[in-house]
Design a protein around this ligand. Structure first.
Ligand SMILES: O=C(O)CCC(=O)C(=O)O
Length: 253
């Protein structure tokens, strides 16, 4: 397969709602980032989000249940370590986002901004959703960057994406009360059946639109899966005052 230029990658994101860029981060840099993540997970360094906080399918019932302290996210990656921060604001990312947004890119510290950890046994599955469901900006135009720090496959809880779903004008009745895309509706199933799960290696990156339907299964392997995830928007697309999206200072790139 020929290597796509940055412009082609941006075009692919516009058309399909996501694009995979292989080997964007060197093995050395990934290993260094992962080592920090492993240490912080081991030390249970706050702030953390636990599986038991969200209670998605497969998660422990409560913090007191077996596996109750299984971590889902190492929160506020930007503030946690220089290695995370340097990737978030790297020239590669700044240039990519500037090309996509056509203006100064801004990193949101209110959304994603975390190391996702998915554990064997107590790691939960995440149903079909659009990330923008709980986000509040002037326009639904944000892009997340998912950096795999190790292999990601359907077996260890890798992501699934529905191509073209970012553009679909789904009405609210296609989603349940928690704003998950209802897999029981035949019209929704037609979309879900088109989903693909890209196998990722450490250093591969997925850029995906905030309206792209995605999901992820449980981790059936024996190793914790680590991914570093950030979200960006254009400077003119500001978070709405008083919402969670406006709750943290943002970072101009
Ligand atoms: O890794 C997962 O379970 C899914 C993560 C995800 O889709 C999200 O946090 O929006």
């Amino acid at each position: 397969m020929s290597v796509q230029s940055k412009k082609e990658q941006v075009q692919a994101l516009r058309e399909r709602g996501f694009v995979i860029v292989r080997g964007l981060v060197s093995p050395e840099r990934c290993a260094a980032i992962k080592q920090v993540a492993e240490q912080q997970l081991h030390a249970a360094e706050a702030p953390l989000e636990f599986e038991a906080d969200l209670r998605y399918p497969g998660a422990p019932e409560s913090k007191d249940a077996p596996g109750g302290h299984t971590v889902r996210r190492l929160l506020d990656a930007y503030a946690r370590h220089a290695l995370y921060r340097e990737w978030a604001t790297s020239p590669e990312i700044a240039g990519w986002m500037e090309l996509y947004f056509g203006e100064e890119p801004v990193l949101s510290r209110a959304h994603h901004n975390c190391v996702m950890t998915k554990h064997p046994r107590y790691g939960s599955l995440t149903g079909w959703h659009r990330d923008v469901r709980y986000w509040s900006f002037e326009r639904d135009d944000l892009v997340s960057v998912w950096l795999a720090l190790g292999p990601e496959t359907p077996e260890n809880g890798g992501l699934w994406f529905v191509p073209g779903s970012h553009d679909a004008p789904f009405t609210s009745d296609r989603f349940d009360a928690a704003k998950f895309f209802r897999a029981d509706l035949p019209d929704n199933k037609t979309w879900i059946d088109r989903a693909i799960s890209p196998t990722l290696q450490a250093g591969d990156v997925v850029f995906f639109h905030c309206n792209t339907l995605h999901s992820a299964g449980q981790n059936q392997s024996e190793q914790v899966k680590f991914s570093l995830v950030y979200t960006y928007h254009g400077a003119s697309n500001v978070p709405l005052p008083g919402t969670r999206s406006a709750s943290k200072p943002e970072v101009k790139l």
